[in-house]
Design a protein. Structure first.
Length: 240
């Protein structure tokens, strides 16, 4: 522990568990207790990784001429703004590049599912940090889909010149847009990169899609609790 407190072995903690489920068999209880030990270890590992992430040294200063057009621009005729404006009154910014570029007839279903999750929690998240959702499509096109989905809490921006998306790994070599997750900080007037998701297809384990654990999508976390799990050939759709 960061404060020097030694943690009890997971096996000892698991033995204090008093929970029992109706009509369970001895075999079920033994397996469940063994699983509980692993859940305790996983919980601790997640906390350890989060602490390591928080302890990252300052990242690279953001210096590009990045221009973003927000939702109010079509009504008020506002000019594009720089990345600092996306912070509002906060000093930390969570930014998600979603896959809805001009080449796409419809957005990526996976991005859509994730943004639905974020929309439901955005009011809570934005009490502590700023949020921005960025794509290469014109802002009017993004807002039209936002209205279609009933998203009310996600601040959306168009990457006007595409420089940000290219510099921060949201455009592939062939020019196709892809998803990217970033965190930026603003300290003493300087905007710096803090963290980005770097797990990709080249680092994914066999048979597993690249994800950033713990997964930001409630969808997958819920399915992970079920007997059939996520499955191997099912993905969310925009409509069913």
């Amino acid at each position: 522990m960061a404060d020097g407190t030694a943690l009890r072995p997971a096996e000892d903690v698991a033995r204090t568990n008093k929970a029992r489920q109706r009509n369970e068999s001895p075999e079920y209880r033994a397996a469940r207790e063994a699983l509980l030990v692993e859940e305790i270890k996983l919980n601790r590992q997640i906390a350890r990784v989060a602490a390591l992430r928080r302890g990252l040294p300052p990242g690279g200063e953001v210096t590009g001429d990045y221009r973003f057009l927000g939702e109010a621009s079509s009504v008020q005729g506002a000019e594009p703004v720089g990345i600092e404006a996306l912070f509002g009154d906060k000093d930390t910014l969570f930014l998600y590049n979603w896959m809805y570029g001009p080449r796409r007839a419809r957005p990526c279903p996976m991005c859509t599912a994730l943004l639905s999750c974020l929309n439901g929690n955005a009011d809570h998240i934005r009490q502590r940090i700023a949020m921005a959702v960025v794509a290469l499509s014109p802002i009017e096109r993004q807002v039209a889909f936002k209205v279609e989905r009933g998203w009310t809490n996600l601040p959306m921006y168009a990457d006007v010149n595409g420089d940000f998306s290219r510099d921060y790994h949201a455009v592939m070599e062939d020019g196709t847009d892809t998803a990217a997750i970033h965190v930026f900080t603003r300290r003493d007037g300087t905007v710096r990169h803090f963290w980005s998701a770097e797990l990709g297809f080249e680092s994914a384990d066999p048979g597993k899609d690249p994800t950033t654990e713990p997964d930001l999508m409630v969808l997958w976390n819920v399915l992970d609790l079920t007997p059939d799990g996520r499955g191997t050939d099912w993905y969310p759709s925009i409509t069913y």
